[in-house]
Ligand binder design. Sequence first.
Ligand code: HEC
Length: 159
Amino acid sequence: MPRVPSSCLRPVALVVSLLLAACGGGKSDAPAPPAAAAPSASGLTPFQEQHGIGPVTEELVLGPVDHELAEDGKELFDAKCAACHKMDEKYVGPPLGGVTTKRSPTYLMNMILNPDGMYAKHPSARALLAEYMTQMPNLGLTQEQARQVVEYLRTQTPK
Ligand code: HEC
């Protein structure tokens, strides 16, 4: 190995010490950026926070309202949901007119298909439970039926 004269190393040492000084000894004040899929304080992933917990784990992206689907949804709603929900006022449960502007379609699907899982962990579902003091039952809808009901809810605005 050829001998490197020590004078050649000096500028390198200078750069290294400048870098160390600039970093303030290694600790910076900026908070660490959150890791993309890290669980939040509630223990949920960001996806679950926004879209709920349940069988639907991919975001539903909806186009314009499909009125045929919404008609089927209305029938189901009248048969299975209207006993507890109105569109424009509190009943056994909260009014659902305009709920699609507040919750994502995926969240609504999961709330309909997996209310128990939502009560167990989701802060928004727990807050509503505390307010209404009634648990929404699992009505045993299929994913397809839940999708129809969500389509119907998209046509409903609060009066
Ligand atoms: C036995 C009464 C009952 C029935 C039947 C019922 N719900 Fe509920 N629902 C509730 C109650 C009470 C709440 C609010 C408190 C809670 O979440 O426990 C609620 C909450 C909800 C929420 C959450 C609203 C929000 O702002 O996050 C949605 C969505 C919902 N219901 C949709 C439906 C649909 C759709 C049906 C029919 C398939 C249905 N519910 C049937 C009682 C009911």
